[in-house]
Ligand binder design. Structure first.
Ligand SMILES: *Cc1c(COP(=O)(O)O)cnc(C)c1O
Length: 549
């Protein structure tokens, strides 16, 4: 048995050296390379790493801490093993969900933050990386149309965290002092029925209660029905219920629905007058997906210097038309890890008025061990104490790397590929695009049994009572086609799509499922997109030919 001193000597080699030691640096870099190299060996033509193995949770539960540690080489092997079966998000045939492949620059941002471990709680522990957070926040603020001098932002744990901050600040506006005294009366949150479920989560966790999220109906372009929102808001206020927040969904997850933020803003202003409110109901824009389209705010859609196709320009302009109103929101949730190609987690909540954050601040006296030096202490109002520098460094890396042109190029390409797909789907009678009014990179579509009259099918599925039993049957067909396509893709032919169990409910409450293609990969290309309709039909024919169908 080695003495602790002997062990210590070898363990010291397992850390980047505190004093310059190029030879050891080479060993660290080489170890990283070794890991990458092992992962590389898992790559093939298919859009996953290695074989499509199922994660073994039973074996994982049996795992215990070993008495003796293992070598770095062995640990690398163990870690790489866990990547087996991972979808390669950057693969052109992987169109599963809103998951981007991270750029090299953003990976380096994470690596640097991980290596030197700044804590963004305070400038004492974050130093220059704390300034990187402010820098990225200012760039994003200007991009979405806020005044960077008066706006303020903080990176947090996901779009969900952004929403938590937005609603919490809103709650303090509606019921001041709640942070101190706790919630003593009910209040409501208004959001569309297409809003992300994190609105429910946030209301639950804040003690507002999920039942107090009023989910307002949407139009068939998945944007909130303003008249219904007005009615819901008035009804709550008449009942004496304060509005903790109105959430505008600026790019919904499955359908890229974009609410009319300007309309919501005007409604909010009108409500303040009409009900003589002592507060302005907080308006949070859940723009975690849509915010990046702000890069098109000063794009010349007429000259179209980046030479997008006509359909693409129209889609980009339509999204821009709604997203340009983002600065009307009091707070905005931004996920760099969705539409700006960074690793998880890189989310920024921006406040139009930086001073809004003081509503959720704590006194210095309650945190005696912190904030001894400097003036920049986000930890005085953040929910988190320790915050990683990885998210801000990744975000900063990509904002610098891409610039507005780069963002426009990546997003424009994604939309262009989606348009190519939609064109192909629309051309075939057995396929229908169900989010046809969509202007983003996601395409939802359904496949029908051969010979279905798809000309009227969408109306019948949504609004014809006698057709409802068939809706579930067609859902089942789509699910089986999706499974079949998944198996094909993993076997090396075809594209990895996903399925949403309910892209919308029919007027009779039946969930309507849809196949989903979410394009984000910069490597996607038009030819591959054009092959998808044929693949889907082949999968359908294969499924329909099976006994028992
Ligand atoms: C993904 C998503 C969220 C949640 O964001 P996370 O970063 O996953 O926490 C919220 N709203 C919308 C519209 C989303 O797509």
């Amino acid at each position: 048995m080695a003495s602790y001193r002997e062990l210590l000597v070898s363990l010291r080699r397992q850390f980047p050296q505190p004093v310059s030691d190029p030879e050891h640096d080479a060993y660290v870099a080489f170890s990283v390379l070794r890991a990458l190299d092992q992962v590389d060996r898992l790559k093939s033509r298919v859009p996953i790493l290695g074989q499509p193995v199922e994660p073994d949770f039973a074996a994982a539960r049996l795992e215990r801490v070993p008495e003796c540690g293992r070598s770095l080489e062995e640990v690398i092997g163990e870690l790489v093993r866990h990547l087996e079966g991972m979808v390669i998000w950057g693969h052109p045939l992987s169109q599963v969900n809103v998951v981007p492949p991270p750029s090299t620059a953003s990976i380096i941002g994470v690596l640097l933050a991980s290596t030197y471990n700044p804590n963004l709680c305070s400038e004492e522990s974050g130093r220059g990386v704390s300034a990187a957070e402010v820098r990225a926040a200012s760039m994003a603020a200007e991009l979405v149309g806020y005044e960077p001098q008066t706006a303020g932002g903080v990176f947090t744990f996901g779009g969900t965290g952004c929403m938590l901050y937005g609603v919490k600040v809103g709650l303090e506006k509606a019921l001041p002092g709640t942070l101190q005294t706790g919630l003593r009366q009910p209040a409501v949150v208004l959001a569309s029925d297409q809003s992300h479920y994190s609105a429910l989560n946030v209301a639950g966790w804040l003690g507002l209660g999920q039942e107090h999220v009023i989910r307002v109906r949407t139009h068939d372009d998945n944007s909130i029905d303003l008249a219904a929102l007005a009615e819901a808001a008035r009804s709550a206020l008449r009942d004496g219920l304060p509005i903790a927040a109105i959430i505008a969904t600026m790019g919904s997850t499955d359908a890229f629905g974009i609410d009319d933020l300007a309309g919501i803003y005007e409604l909010r202003e009108a409500l303040v007058d009409e009900f003589q409110l002592a507060y302005r109901p907080h308006l949070h824009a859940d723009a975690v997906i849509g915010w990046a389209w702000s890069a098109f705010n000063d794009y010349d859609f007429v000259d179209n210097p980046l030479e997008f196709r006509g359909r693409t320009v129209r889609a980009l302009a339509a999204a821009h038309y709604r997203l340009r109103h983002l600065p009307l929101a009091d707070s905005i949730g931004i996920d760099f890890h969705k539409t700006a190609y960074t690793p998880y987690v890189s989310s920024l909540v921006l406040f139009r008025e930086r001073t809004d954050r003081e509503r959720i601040g704590r006194s210095r006296a309650s945190m005696p061990y912190l904030y001894q030096f400097g003036r920049h202490h986000p930890g005085m109002f953040t929910l988190e104490t320790t915050r990683s520098g990885a998210g801000p460094m990744a975000a900063l890396a990509n904002l610098l790397l891409l610039g507005k042109h780069g963002l426009r190029t990546l997003l424009g390409h994604a939309v262009e590929m989606a348009e190519v797909l939609r064109e192909g789907l629309e051309a075939h009678p057995d396929l229908t695009v169900v989010n046809g009014k969509n202007v983003g990179p996601v395409t939802l579509f359904r496949v029908y049994p051969p010979g279905t009259d798809t000309f009227t099918i969408k109306q019948r599925e949504a609004g014809d009572a006698s057709f409802q039993p068939q809706v579930e049957e067609i859902n089942r067909l789509n699910r089986r086609v999706s499974e079949r396509m998944m198996a094909d893709a993993l076997a090396g032919h075809g594209v990895l799509l996903s399925i949403t169990d309910c892209y919308r409910h029919s007027d009779f409450g039946a969930p309507i499922a849809a196949l989903k293609s979410y394009v984000l990969s910069p490597f996607s290309d038009a030819e591959q997109m054009r092959s998808i309709p044929q693949r889907v039909l082949e999968a359908r024919d294969a499924v329909c030919a099976l006994p028992g169908s």
